[in-house]
Design a protein around this ligand. Structure first.
Ligand code: MG
Length: 393
């Protein structure tokens, strides 16, 4: 079975109180756009074949700037129409050539959809033309008369709140949209309504209260609070780094950003600061973003004699660009000499400064190798580092 996803991101979102700002699907939520958060669970779901985002004609630049390059199933965006219904119909037309068996249609403004919900919608399509995520109504409903006075109470039994994703057999929903467009029906507010209007069987499956749609600025604040409140929405990543530099003639070494007088120097294209090189690789490793040699090739004369602080700061910027935080870093220096102990706290403070971290999140340790190996023979210095990041997902 092939399953395509249409993410509807063409709305203007004026209701979120963000007039003059980017529409809410492009707003940052704990460091990552709402749109990227809405795409991620589908991209990670093995049953999904492709993902296409429908965007407003004015939003191509915002889309391009949304850091979506790491998603593996994204096809080029489709330009939407005047209403949500038009946008979905245009998205379905764009999928026509691929002719997937089923299509899931999802609001970009629902960033908290889960793989469980996606799986339930897909499963229900085995026996139905359509299926939508929804939650049973928990609140008692009141109809107002006027001036916020209660007219009557509406029985809530059997009432559900419709969410997305809403899934359909592709040919059935495409035909229903086309027929509705030709018939000039009133605008439908979701795709299940069109399916119902066309006489298709539509199943209700359990969504989740937290799969809510970001509509108002209060919703945005609630979403931020949900993501900031705990580990929810953050995944820990750990990276390691290792580096060696040989001793050569000289009168000082750079270790952890600190100049330490010594009877030798370190042989290197840059300043030879092995602990900072290991630390840079640990940060890049946690990001899955190459290594120091890839970003700063030793063959490039620009880095001749460079202070290694710039490599660490570059890696920290890459973490920030992904909306991540550095939880802690831990550096171990292996050498017989010079003695690191007297400089340990200066090195910790220097690294904390480079990374914008509290010094309590930076550990620096040193050991000899009991005169064994190249470090034991005082031929060079080695350094190990680990970094733990929290990245949004
Ligand atoms: Mg190095």
């Amino acid at each position: 079975m092939t399953a395509a996803v249409l993410i509807v991101a063409a709305g203007r979102g004026a209701r979120a109180g963000r007039d003059g700002q980017a529409p809410k699907q492009f707003a940052l939520l704990a460091g990552r756009t709402v749109l990227a958060r809405a795409i991620a669970p589908f991209d990670a779901c093995p049953a999904i074949t492709s993902i296409t985002v429908v965007i407003h004609p004015d939003d191509h630049e915002l889309y391009a700037a949304s850091n979506l390059g790491h998603f593996t199933k994204l096809t080029p965006p489709v330009t939407g129409g005047a209403t949500r219904q038009d946008s979905v119909r245009l998205g379905l037309e764009a999928l026509d050539a691929a002719a997937p068996d089923v299509v899931l249609i999802h609001d970009a403004a629902r960033p908290f959809v889960t793989q469980d919900i996606i799986a339930r919608v897909l499963a229900a399509l085995a026996d139905n033309d359509g299926a939508l995520a929804a939650v049973p109504l928990a609140d008692t409903l009141k109809r107002e008369r006027d001036a916020a006075l209660v007219d009557t109470t509406i029985p809530r039994g059997g009432l559900w709140k419709a969410q997305t994703p809403q899934g359909f057999r592709f040919s059935a929903i495409q035909a229903a949209h086309q027929t509705a467009a030709n018939a000039g029906t009133p605008v439908f507010t979701d795709d299940a309504s069109i399916a119902e209007w066309a006489g298709l069987s539509v199943a209700l499956v359990h969504g989740a209260e937290r799969n809510f749609k970001l509509t108002t600025s209060e919703d945005m604040a609630m979403a931020e609070a949900l993501l900031g409140a705990g580990p929810l929405g953050w995944e820990p990543r750990t990276g390691t780094g290792f580096d060696v530099h040989a001793f050569t003639a000289g009168d000082h070494v750079w270790l952890g950003g600190i100049r330490i007088p010594h009877d030798q120097g370190l042989d290197a294209h840059s300043d030879g600061d092995a602990p900072l090189h290991a630390l840079t690789d640990a940060l890049l490793g946690a990001l899955g973003d190459g290594d120091i040699g890839q970003h700063f090739p030793p063959s490039d004369p620009a880095w001749k004699g460079a202070r290694s602080r710039i490599f660490v700061e570059d890696a920290a910027r890459r973490v920030a660009a992904r909306g991540g935080r550095i939880a802690n870093v831990d550096v171990t220096i292996l050498c017989e000499a010079p003695r690191i102990g007297p400089h340990r706290d200066a090195i910790r403070a220097e690294i904390a400064d480079m990374l914008g971290l509290d010094i309590g999140r930076v550990a620096v340790k040193a050991t000899t190798t009991e005169r064994l190996g190249f470090t034991g023979r005082k031929e060079g210095i080695a350094a190990l580092a680990t970094a733990t990041l929290l990245l949004p997902f």
